[in-house]
Design a protein around this ligand. Structure first.
Ligand SMILES: [Zn+2]
Length: 203
C-alpha cells in the first residue's frame, strides 16, 4: 500500500486533520460539522465536513477534498508531502518503497482500461453525492430571509457550485458513455498535471 492508499484506508477525516493541525473547533449540525475555515480569516463557519470525512469551504477559498487535500492546502505542500505528514501524525504505516513500475503496469493491464474507468465512475459518483448534500444544506440554511438582506457568502457559493456539480452528477448517473468518458479523460488529464507539478516541487 502506498502512502495515499494507507491514509485513505485509515479513514482520517478532514475534521481530524483540521482539529489537529489548525486547532479548528467544530459544531455539529445533523451529519455535518462546521468550523471557521483554517485557510482564510472569517467570523462565520464556512468550513463544512460531511459524513464521508470530506470538506468543502463555502467561504472565500471555496476549496475542498479529503484530509490529504486539506493538509496540502494548509501547509502549502504537495499532496504527497501532505499524505506523508498525515501518516506520520496519525500513526499510519505504509510501504516506503515505490511501486515497482513493471508490477504496476501488469496490474493495470490485468484490470483493463474499462475496470479503471468503472472504479473512477463509482468513486466520483460517491464524491459528487457528498458534495451535493453539502451544497443543498448550505443553500437551505444560509439563504437570506428577504431579498433585501445581504446574502451569506456560503449561500452564494452554494448556488455557484451547484450548477457544475449537478451537471457532473447527472452526466455520471444518466449521461451517454461518450459524455462519461470525456469527464473521465478530463479528470485523468487534471491528475497527470497535478502529478507533474508534484514531482517538480518534491525534494
Ligand atoms: Zn476557506
Amino acid at each position: 500500500m502506498n502512502v495515499f492508499e494507507a491514509v485513505r484506508a485509515a479513514n482520517i477525516s478532514a475534521k481530524d486533520a483540521a482539529e489537529r493541525y489548525a486547532g479548528a473547533v467544530f459544531t455539529q449540525k445533523g451529519r455535518r460539522h462546521w468550523a471557521c475555515c483554517p485557510l482564510h480569516r472569517e467570523k462565520t463557519a464556512s468550513f463544512c465536513v460531511s459524513g464521508d470525512g470530506r470538506w468543502h469551504c463555502f467561504g472565500s477559498c471555496s476549496a475542498g477534498g479529503d484530509a490529504t487535500a486539506f493538509a496540502a492546502a494548509y501547509f502549502g505542500v504537495s499532496p504527497l508531502e501532505a499524505a506523508k505528514l498525515l501518516a506520520r501524525d496519525f500513526g499510519v504505516e505504509y510501504s516506503q518503497h515505490r511501486d515497482d513500475p513493471k508490477a504496476a503496469n501488469k496490474r493495470r493491464k490485468k484490470q483493463g482500461t474499462y475496470g479503471v474507468f468503472e472504479g473512477w465512475l463509482a468513486e466520483s459518483r460517491r464524491a459528487l453525492e457528498g458534495r451535493l448534500e453539502q451544497i443543498d444544506y448550505a443553500a437551505q440554511n444560509f439563504a437570506p430571509a428577504s431579498p433585501d438582506e445581504e446574502a451569506d457568502e456560503r449561500f452564494v457559493q452554494a448556488l455557484i457550485c451547484r450548477e457544475q456539480v449537478e451537471y457532473m452528477a447527472d452526466t455520471l448517473a444518466a449521461g451517454s458513455i461518450g459524455d462519461k468518458l470525456s469527464l473521465f479523460r478530463e479528470d485523468v488529464k487534471r491528475k497527470v498535471v497535478q502529478k507533474y507539478a508534484e514531482q517538480n516541487t518534491a525534494g
